[in-house]
Design a protein around this ligand. Structure first.
Ligand SMILES: NC(=O)c1ccc[n+]([C@@H]2O[C@H](COP(=O)([O-])OP(=O)(O)OC[C@H]3O[C@@H](n4cnc5c(N)ncnc54)[C@H](O)[C@@H]3O)[C@@H](O)[C@H]2O)c1
Length: 337
């Protein structure tokens, strides 16, 4: 059933205290997403190292926001929280590839079993839409051309394997039980509020401090970068008009190598290549990701709006101006990228 965007909707947003989730929640409550505001929004977030209540400070006093600290893999908590919501926007996940290489148990527990708990509870209580937020990394690596939504899943890291498992389970709940699931697969996001373990904030915060940054392998790995706010706008379009049982790609159209990205970040922070230390390549490192976004563009009129040059400059400025946000968050060089 097609809703008129978010009007009248009560949303359950999992992982709403993380990087992308907080930007979605803030935009949904502030009327920045397509269509009118939603009626009420509950954030369910475990507040792992990656979750941060302060990410929701700008909307903390909004009477339409409710925050519940809890684990999506806990059926009791999900059964208490989910009833009464019209739609689920499911961001919660363990997300850092390097952590998944070092220890993958939490990735399976949250990304696969946690998603199962949400799907099963959503089925019992009924929702109009279950938007499962996923990643291009489930396809593995592509040397040339771009994947469309029918491409074979071929994940290479425990993170992407766990995400692929959750995508397939979500789609199986549609095919088997009729749950109105929509799966989105997005390229690499960047923007404010991203944990400094991830490559752009990791590099920016270290360069701002006059420290070195580690560049994996030959630096030739290609990523397609999308500003987080463009991702959130696409998700709002999918919530309203995404067809149940379908998968949609969300991309930025900005493919660059990690070496080019590093050059841009050096220029924006006033540093030079003496700040860059080549390090051994990541195990199983995907060489290139590339998404064909024809489907969401044709069906829902999506196109990214924020250019990479503008978005990256604004992101560097945000980190320069928000030291109080990132300085308490510890990272280690071994977890870069
Ligand atoms: N960051 C990207 O570039 C990107 C790209 C494509 C897709 N995605 C997907 O988008 C989603 C959000 O990514 P992100 O970068 O914002 O992640 P993040 O790591 O910044 O945030 C994850 C959030 O989930 C919460 N969480 C983790 N385990 C939980 C659990 N068991 N129960 C409840 N909450 C839990 C954390 O506390 C945190 O707030 C993920 O599903 C990810 O796979 C991310």
């Amino acid at each position: 059933m097609r809703r008129d965007y978010l009007v009248g909707m009560r949303l359950l947003v999992t992982g709403g205290a993380g990087f992308i989730g907080c930007r979605f929640v803030r935009a949904a409550l502030s009327g920045e997403l397509p269509g009118p505001n939603c009626d009420g929004l509950t954030v369910l977030d475990k507040l792992t190292y990656a979750g941060n209540r302060r990410n929701l400070d700008p909307v903390a006093a909004n009477p339409r926001l409710r925050f519940v600290r809890g684990d999506i893999a806990d059926p009791r908590i999900v059964a208490e929280v989910l009833p009464g919501h019209d739609a689920v926007v499911h961001f919660a996940a363990e997300t850092h590839v390097d952590r998944s290489i070092r220890a993958d148990a939490d990735f399976l527990t949250t990304n696969v079993l946690g998603t199962r708990v949400l799907l099963e509870t959503a089925l019992r209580h009924g929702v109009e839409k279950f938007l499962h937020v996923s990643t291009d990394e489930v396809y593995g690596s592509i040397p040339a051309g771009s994947w469309d939504e029918s491409a074979r899943l071929d994940p290479n890291s425990p993170y992407s394997a766990a995400k692929a498992g959750s995508d397939m389970l979500a789609l199986a709940y549609h095919r088997t039980h009729g749950l109105p699931v929509v799966v989105s697969r997005c390229s690499n996001n960047y923007g404010p509020n991203q944990h400094p373990e991830k490559v752009i904030p990791h590099f920016v915060t270290r360069l701002l401090d006059g420290r070195t940054v580690p560049l994996y392998g030959d630096g030739g790995n290609v990523r397609d970068w999308l500003h987080v706010d463009d991702h959130c706008r696409a998700l709002a379009l999918l919530l309203a008009g995404g067809r149940p049982g379908e998968t949609y790609h969300i991309g930025g159209g900005t493919e660059i190598t990690n070496r080019e990205l590093t050059g841009r970040l050096l220029a924006l922070t006033g540093r030079d290549w003496s700040s860059v230390v080549p390090v051994e390549d990541r195990k199983g490192h995907d060489r290139r990701y590339s998404l064909d976004i024809t489907k969401i563009s044709r069906e829902l009129g999506y196109a990214p709006r924020i250019t990479f040059a503008d978005g990256l400059a604004a992101t560097v400025s945000w980190y320069a101006e928000h030291r109080g946000w990132w300085e308490p968050l510890s990272t280690t060089p071994a977890l870069a990228s």
